[in-house]
Design a protein around this ligand. Structure first.
Ligand code: PEP
Ligand code: MG
Length: 885
């Protein structure tokens, strides 16, 4: 098509309403809405976002009709107001204000008093019977126009103003006389001429064109781009431009300008919250030049406008059913609203406002839930850095586990374990390994140079509710010197730093923290979510302590109890190594017999906490070499013993261990002898684990009269035969144990679905499964073919920033790809076994966007770290509400 359809670039304010945000921007749409509601707003028109986009696309050239359309809209405005731009009688003055689709406070530009000139200033003063006001407006215009449209540096005008005030010995702008302001106007013109090498354009229509252009360009300033990136606002939306008749808050002592919120945006309390200034224009309030007065004081000085404002605030809140952030001006006693928008608020305020509005009957519970962002709940669940800290981070990494932590730097897990008992420490590592767990447990927080959102450090830290920043950029760790270098600054062991695991920011000093805020509002709102959600919510928990926390935070069971941590604890490791090194079945049986009671003890602790609720225990998953020393380190040890001719026994056992390490060494352990593959080679392991599970369940029942609903889960199944064989081992062992005890216990046996092959043959696998649990971590890894330990610190972040993919797929599920696999797995599994219970226990189980998908796909429950439970409960309800829409 060669013809382009005519796009409408200009809208009179009476043509719009609140639903037209995409075209008119937030400010323009809400102004139009207020006009529609009969609320006093100055008349005007809006240049649409489409005009801005078209101009940007044409490299700054306006679309053909835009200038004619603007002229026509201006003429209509002149007719409606009975005033003329640049007219020598009844001059029209304009404000030109940006207004994007999503509000970007303070990011873009505004020009006030456009239309004032040597020709109009006297008329304006005479009309208002206030020449001072006219000259005040004139000097303001020259400054704003010079700065915003012509790009003169702001301090140039400010310096002149400050110097004049100093010469006159006055502190406030309002103390300057008319003559002073006239002098300032002359000076400002000189300044502009000096800076630009020419006069400012004198034709007000030309000024208007350039002002609109300046607002278009302000969309693309570096600060606006940074803001958009931080808030996930697309770069291609453009801004609208609102051109409105000026109303003057600086027209004397019965005029004022101010800003107010319908509720307190910090606490959410329903109280008067706002500020105003008599005889001032908008920027005076925000710029801090004069100290504004509390809104309540306006009642005395401008009673009629005040009463009208209070009523309007109420009306607007009822109309939008949300807390409003309002800008107003009073011109000679008459109130005008210049803006209303849903007010930005703290997380605590968001919850309080939502809850109060439900109690006030303004919102339904469903509406209130939709208003709250899951991230806001998350903020309240963890200690946070005091929002008033005003410091800049020294580096940034991935926000791997939320919450803030302050502590002394330590560089290894042993030191962390030692010092962390008596003082707060932050464990800093290139990356953590399972061997660091004891350090992570006592540390306040963890900082790593490598790894991503599902790196070991991140998963473990999240599981324990420890703040973690992973993959921090540009940090150098020298473990020998015990130093951390960031930029040019060297930190030593013992130096205090602060981490913000919710943002990924790292600060080179100790900042004040505020405690988690799980208050009544929080509990009430999560309680409403529970009534609405369909998905079950379980926790991933491996210890009695985690299980207790999970129950406290609303877990309906444990969806994943990983048993490998039970093998890692330092008191277990010797027996585990003995088992691995055993050269005969008897020797292995002997070692396993030592591990069994320890496992049983762990299970008893968990089952005790979870009495009456289901607990899915996953049999051992990681490759055996994880329990053995590092290959290089062990080789070096052997070498050293050989060279020093040390103790013969020591040397021979070191060699034996090295032999085993070599034998078990794999190039790709994550694709190696893991999960049920290990159990296929050593059925004694699942057998031992099953015995420990059954004995623990029976012991808890005997002790408390009730036990947990034990379920056993086989990991990393690819072939139906694997599950068939493992099921047989588990079933036989359960029967054996129950017969010996003379007891009965129902133990469902299910499987993880975490490999693409398992998805494809889910129908065959389902034949042997009582339930499925999707391991979306491994399914992401194997489905996309990326190693989670390597990719997150590597190309994946570039993929996200270059928008090859929308987000880190280990954090939020890859809807089309891995989500598609989950869908196929569900369909095929349920085709073979209708109604088969299906959970998700990968990290995605706690991610709100992924939960939305799981709701759509008909998953039965999600399982996540205990600390993410409230978010998951909440997100599950939101998922129901959004599918209803
Ligand atoms: C998974 O793969 O999603 C899972 C839960 O198992 P793990 O993270 O322990 O491999
Ligand atoms: Mg897995």
């Amino acid at each position: 098509m060669s013809e382009t359809t005519a796009t409408k670039f200009l809208y009179d304010m009476s043509e719009g309403d609140a639903s037209m945000k995409t075209i008119l921007g937030g400010k323009g749409a809400n102004l139009a809405e207020m006009k529609r509601l009969g609320i006093p707003v100055p008349d005007g028109f809006t240049v649409s976002t489409a005009a801005c986009v078209a101009t940007m696309e044409a490299g700054g050239r306006w679309p053909d009709d835009l200038w004619d359309d603007t002229g026509a809209a201006l003429t209509r405005l002149e007719e409606r107001t009975g005033r003329t731009l640049g007219g020598s009688t009844a001059p029209l003055l304009l404000s030109i204000r940006s207004g994007a689709v999503f509000s970007m406070p303070g990011m873009m530009d505004t020009i006030l008093n456009l239309g004032i000139s040597d020709d109009t200033v006297e008329v304006l003063g005479a009309e208002a019977d206030n020449p001072r006001f006219a000259w005040d407006s004139y000097r303001r215009f020259l400054q704003m126009y010079g700065e915003v449209v012509e790009g003169v540096a702001p301090h140039v005008y400010e310096d002149e103003l400050t110097s004049l005030k100093a010469r006159r010995g006055v502190a406030q702008d309002t103390d300057l006389s008319i003559e002073d302001l006239q002098e300032l106007v002359a000076t400002f013109k000189d300044v502009s001429r000096r800076e630009l090498g020419r006069d400012l354009p004198s034709d007000p229509r030309e000024q208007l064109r350039r002002a609109v252009d300046a607002v278009f360009s302000s969309w693309d300033t570096p600060r606006a781009r940074v803001y958009r990136k931080a808030h996930g606002i697309p770069d291609n939306l453009g801004t609208a431009v609102n051109v409105m008749q000026m109303v003057f808050g600086n027209r004397g002592e019965t005029s004022a300008t101010g800003v107010c919120f319908t509720r307190n945006p910090s606490t959410g309390a329903k109280e008067l919250y706002g500020e105003f200034l008599l005889n001032a224009q908008g920027e005076d309030v925000v710029s801090g030049i004069r100290t504004p007065r509390e809104l309540s004081e306006m009642e005395e000085v401008l009673p009629t406008a005040y009463a009208q404002l209070i009523q309007t605030m109420h009306d607007l809140e009822m109309h939008y059913k949300d807390m409003q952030d309002i800008e107003f001006t009073v011109e000679e006693g008459t109130l005008y609203l210049l803006q209303t928008r849903n007010g930005k608020r703290t997380a605590a305020a968001a919850l309080k406002v939502a809850r109060d509005m439900v109690e006030e009957g303004v919102l339904t519970r469903e509406e209130a839930l939709v208003r709250i962002e899951p991230a806001q709940l998350d903020q309240l669940l963890h200690p946070a850095i005091d929002p008033d800290h005003g410091r800049s981070p020294i580096t940034r990494g991935l926000p791997a586990s939320p919450g803030a932590a302050v502590g002394q730097l330590v560089f290894d897990a042993d030191t962390a374990a030692e010092r962390g008992v008596s003082e707060p420490v932050i464990l800093v590592r290139y990356e953590t390994t399972p061997d660091d767990i004891h350090g992570v447990i006592v540390a306040q927080g963890v900082l790593t140079a490598h790894g991503g959102m599902t790196s070991h450090a991140a998963v473990v830290a999240r599981g324990m509710g420890r703040p973690c920043v992973a993959g921090a950029q540009g940090i150098r760790i020298n473990t020998a010197e015990r130093t951390l270098t960031i930029g040019g600054t060297v930190f030593h062991e013992g130096d205090v730093i602060t981490l913000d695991g919710s943002t990924g920011d790292v600060y080179g000093e100790g900042l004040e923290l505020v405690p988690p805020q799980i208050n009544e509002d929080f509990s009430a709102i999560v309680g409403w979510a529970d009534e609405i959600r369909r998905l079950g919510v379980r926790a991933n928990a491996d210890t009695g302590e985690d299980a207790a926390k999970a129950r406290e935070l609303g877990a309906e069971g444990i969806g994943l109890c990983r048993t490998e941590h039970m093998f890692m604890a330092s008191d277990r490791l010797p027996a585990v190594r003995e088992m691995i090194l055993a050269d005969s079945e008897e020797a292995r049986a002997e070692a396993l017999a030592k591990i069994l009671p320890m496992q049983q003890e762990d299970f008893e602790a968990i089952f005790t906490q979870m009495r009456g609720l289901p607990v899915t225990v996953r049999l051992l998953d990681p490759p055996l070499h994880e329990f053995l020393p590092d290959l290089v380190e062990q080789s070096l040890l052997v070498q050293r013993l050989e060279l020093t001719g040390g103790d013969a026994d020591e040397l021979s056992s070191a060699r034996a261990l090295l032999g085993q390490v070599k034998r078990l060494h794999e190039q790709n352990p994550m694709l190696g002898t893991r999960g049920c593959r290990l159990a296929m080679l050593y059925p004694e392991i699942p057998e031992m684990q099953t015995r420990a599970i059954v004995r623990a369940a029976l012991a808890v029942r005997e002790r408390h009269g009730e036990t947990a609903g034990v379920e056993i889960m086989i990991p990393l199944v690819a072939f139906a035969k694997e599950l068939e064989v493992q099921r047989e081992v588990v079933e036989r062992t359960v029967a054996d144990e129950l017969a010996a005890a003379g007891e009965e216990l129902d133990v469902p046996i299910g499987t993880m679905i975490e490999l693409p092959r398992a998805v494809i043959v889910a129908d065959q696998i389902a034949a042997h499964a009582d339930f499925f649990s999707f391991g979306t971590n491994d399914l992401t890894q194997t489905g996309i073919g990326i190693s989670r330990d390597d990719a997150e610190g590597g190309f994946l972040s570039a993929y996200v920033s270059d928008e090859v993919i929308p987000s880190n797929p280990f954090e939020s599920i890859d809807r089309d790809g891995v989500g598609g696999l989950v869908q196929i797995g569900i369909e095929r599994g349920r085709a073979a076994k209708p109604g088969l219970k299906m959970g998700v226990c990968g990290e995605h189980g706690g991610d709100p966007d992924s939960i939305a998908l799981f709701e759509e796909l008909g998953i039965s429950y999600v399982s996540c770290s205990p600390f993410r439970l409230p978010i998951a409960r909440f997100a599950a309800a939101r998922a129901v509400l959004s599918t209803k829409k």
